[in-house]
Design a protein around this ligand. Structure first.
Ligand code: CP
Length: 333
C-alpha cells in the first residue's frame, strides 16, 4: 500500500483484510516489525487522538516518528499556490513537504478545510496539491472532506460489537456553536454505506450533505447492498436505529458565510443527543462520535456516560487500525 487517503480507493475485501490484520496485530503484537522506519507527521490543525495514536502505533511496531506543527517551533508554511509570501509564512509547502518526506519512510498530513468555498474544499484542492509533493507512502490524517483513519476505526468498532452489516446507521447532525468541517460526516456516511448498512443522514434544513458526498456514498451502497437517504425528520430517522452517529458540521446552504450559518444554528440547540433519542431505536442501539465532543452541547452527559456510548472504543480503535495501515504500508505484507 503506497497511499491511505480514502476508503473508496479500496475494494471491500481489501478493507476486510486490513481489519483482519488489525485484529491479528491487536492479539499478537509485533514490536520489531518496523525497526529503523521513520514516520513523519505534519499537522496543520490540532489533534489529540490522531497525533497520539499515530505516534503510539509507530512505536508499538518498533519504529519512530517526528511531528511538525507549522508555526509552533517551526516555520509557518504557506499552502496556497501562487501566494505572494509577504505575510507570516516563511516557507512554502512546495519546499517544506519534499524536505520532510526526504527525512522519513512515510508521511501523514492533517489539513482541514478552508471553510470558505465548498467546491474548493470538496475537490480536496489543498490536500491534493500537497500529496503531489510527496514521493513516499502517504496517510490522510484528515483532509477537507475525508478522514479515512477515523472511518476504518469506526468500521472495526461496529464489527467488534457485532453491529449487523445491514443495520440502520443514523448519521445525525449535532449542535456546535461554530461550523465544523465535512470530513467526518463525509467519511462516516461512505464507510457505513460501504459496510452495507441502511444509512440515514438526519439533519436540519440548511445542513444537507453536498450531492458529491451523498452520490459517493450511494455508489458504495449500490455495490455493498446497502442504501443511503437523507431527511430532516429526526424522529423518523431514529426509529429502529442500530447506531446513532452524532456529528457537528457547518451549514452547506451558508458555506463560508459565518453570520448566515450562525443565524440558522441559533435555533438548533435541541439537536443535542439525549436519552430520549433512543426511545424508538433498537434495544442495543449505540452512540458513536469521533471525538472531541462538547458535553451537553452536542451530546448529553446521560448518553456519553451510559453503556450506549462506544466513543472510547472508537478512539482506541484508531490506534489498532492505524497500526495495521502502517504495517501494511511499511512492511509490505
Ligand atoms: N477524531 C479525531 O480525529 O480526533 P483528533 O482531532 O483529536 O485527532
Amino acid at each position: 500500500m503506497r497511499r491511505f487517503l480514502d476508503l473508496a480507493d479500496f475494494e471491500r475485501d481489501e478493507i476486510s483484510a486490513l481489519l483482519e490484520l488489525a485484529r491479528r496485530l491487536e492479539k499478537c503484537p509485533e514490536p520489531h516489525a518496523l525497526a529503523g522506519k521513520i514516520l513523519g507527521l505534519l499537522f496543520f490543525n490540532p489533534s489529540l487522538r490522531t497525533l497520539a495514536s499515530m505516534q503510539a502505533g509507530m512505536a508499538r511496531l518498533g519504529g519512530t516518528s517526528f511531528v511538525i506543527t507549522p508555526g509552533q517551533g517551526t516555520w509557518q508554511l504557506e499552502t496556497k499556490l501562487g501566494a505572494i509570501m509577504n505575510g507570516a509564512a516563511a516557507e512554502h509547502v512546495r519546499e517544506g513537504i519534499p524536505v520532510l518526506a526526504s527525512y522519513c519512510d512515510a508521511l501523514g498530513i492533517r489539513a482541514f478545510a478552508d471553510g470558505k468555498d465548498l467546491a474548493y474544499d470538496l475537490a480536496e484542492t489543498n490536500f491534493n496539491a500537497m500529496a503531489e509533493l510527496v514521493d513516499k507512502p502517504l496517510i490522510n490524517l484528515e483532509s477537507a472532506a475525508n478522514h479515512p483513519c477515523q472511518a476504518l476505526a469506526d468500521w472495526k468498532t461496529m464489527d467488534d460489537l457485532q453491529v449487523p452489516r445491514g443495520g440502520r446507521f443514523v448519521l445525525s447532525w449535532a449542535y456546535h456553536p461554530r461550523p465544523l468541517p465535512l470530513a467526518v460526516p463525509s467519511a462516516a456516511v461512505h464507510m457505513a454505506a460501504m459496510r452495507g448498512m441502511e444509512v440515514i443522514v438526519a439533519r436540519p434544513e440548511g445542513f444537507a450533505l453536498p450531492p458529491m458526498i451523498m452520490d459517493k456514498a450511494r455508489k458504495a451502497a449500490a455495490r455493498s447492498g446497502g442504501s443511503v437517504r437523507e431527511t430532516a425528520d429526526l424522529t423518523d430517522a431514529l426509529q429502529g436505529a442500530d447506531i446513532i452517529y452524532a456529528k457537528e458540521w457547518g451549514s452547506t446552504a451558508h458555506y463560508g458565510d459565518v453570520a448566515g450559518d450562525a443565524r440558522l444554528r441559533a435555533e438548533l440547540q435541541s439537536w443535542c443527543v439525549r436519552n430520549d433519542w433512543f426511545a424508538k431505536a433498537a434495544s442495543e442501539c449505540r452512540l458513536m462520535h469521533c471525538l472531541p465532543v462538547r458535553r451537553n452541547t452536542a451530546i448529553a452527559d446521560e448518553v456519553l456516560d451510559s453503556p450506549r456510548s462506544i466513543v472510547q472504543r472508537e478512539a482506541y480503535n484508531r490506534l489498532v487500525v492505524q497500526t495495521a495501515v502502517l504495517y501494511q504500508m511499511l512492511k509490505g505484507v
